[in-house]
Design a protein around this ligand. Structure first.
Ligand code: UT7
Length: 330
């Protein structure tokens, strides 16, 4: 049995924070933000809108586009670092209930910005082993809930949103996910972390706010470029695939300069590289499925086309995947 990437959906909240809005909040400029990150705006969830609410909207779209009924879904994996509730219950179980699914296997996965690629690898493993047939993977983030809006080094980066995909069993090898890499190095944990709010709390934040993100941006940037470049080169070589065979390079949308550096290392043409960071900012585990949804809804992603996904985030974690799109054309 193989695992096929059957459908995609996404949800973006309506409220927009522009770079000009940040000029009024912290010591920054539109020019600095755009030049250093490629970001112009990001979407922010409503106060009463949760990570599960956004995940459900993305999931409903993905399920509808898969041609399956909700009851065909036998597992939900939610990749998030901004769950409805820290500790428990998982956001995946809340999504299951809101979708009207009972008794489904549901759990969250914590791999920060690499969460969607990790979730894809879990779905694939459950399907290939025969344990599950149709796995819903959701990347949903309300990062505005864990962002320190007084820290100009991080607050300008992050946005909210959700993406979801249905991964299904297939006997057709041409539809099969080709390969997935996942990796981590906890020695770099302090580069990007939420130091408060857990059993290892550092309590160095005088505001006492739990779970806000802290990042050593420049060091993270350098490790990201090096790690991602090595990883995407390796996954292509190991599978005897040249970069010209990739129709869509869909990287985690953290910073345009990181995406450009990795794309250049692979000699990719602009039309092969999917960029959404300008309009959504960094939405962590949601950024890759939101980007896939963008190319799907614009008609750029067609059945049978090959995607190369790559992601990098807190942990540190990283991953890449070679994924043919096995869904219906829009
Ligand atoms: O998604 C998970 C993985 N995340 C990433 O991969 C993010 C990686 N890092 C980055 O994207 C970039 O490092 C940032 C966008 C966060 C920062 O860009 P940078 O080019 O690495 O800037 P920097 O941290 O080296 O800071 C350069 C200067 C500093 O001032 P001084 O010390 O040179 O006087 C900062 O204080 O820019 C200053 N600065 C700002 N200036 C205006 C930092 N943030 C801002 C700001 N506006 N928002």
């Amino acid at each position: 049995m193989h695992a096929a990437f059957r459908s995609i959906g996404a949800y973006v909240p309506t409220k927009i924070l522009t770079n000009a809005d940040f000029e009024a909040m912290v010591d920054t400029t539109d020019e600095w933000i755009f030049k250093r990150t490629g970001i112009k705006e990001r979407h922010i969830a409503a106060d009463d809108e949760t990570t599960s609410d956004m995940g459900v909207k993305a999931a409903e779209l993905a399920i509808e586009r898969s041609g399956l009924s909700k009851n065909d879904i036998d597992m939900i994996v939610c990749a998030t670092i901004s769950p409805d509730y820290f500790c428990m219950p998982s956001t995946a179980t809340i999504i299951a209930t809101k979708l009207g699914l009972e008794k489904v296997t549901a759990f969250d996965l914590s791999a920060a910005c690499t969460g969607f690629v990790y979730a894809l690898s879990v779905a694939r493993a459950f399907i290939e082993s025969g344990m599950k047939k149709n796995v819903l993977i959701v990347g949903s983030e309300k990062l505005s809930a864990i962002t320190d809006y007084t820290d100009r080094g991080t607050c300008i980066l992050f946005g909210d949103g959700a993406g979801a995909a249905v991964i299904s069993a297939t006997t057709d090898k041409s539809e099969a996910i080709i390969d997935i890499h996942t990796g981590s190095d906890g020695a770099y944990a302090d580069l990007l972390m939420s130091p408060n709010g857990g059993s290892g709390s550092i309590h160095d934040d005088p505001t006492g706010s739990a779970c806000v993100m802290k990042m050593k941006g420049n060091e993270t940037f350098k490790v990201a470029v090096r790690t991602l470049t090595n990883d995407v080169v390796a996954i292509l070589e190991e599978n005897n695939i040249t970069s010209s065979a990739i129709q869509h390079f869909v990287p985690h949308q953290a910073n345009y300069r990181i995406i450009k550096a990795v794309g250049d290392a692979l000699n990719l043409k602009d039309e092969q590289v999917v960029i959404t960071v300008e309009k959504y900012g960094n939405t962590s585990g949601a950024s890759i499925p939101m980007a896939i949804n963008d190319i799907y809804e614009s008609g750029r992603l067609q059945k049978g086309e090959l995607m190369l996904l790559d992601a990098f985030g807190g942990g540190l974690t990283w991953g890449s995947a070679l994924v043919p799109f096995a869904g219906k054309n829009i």
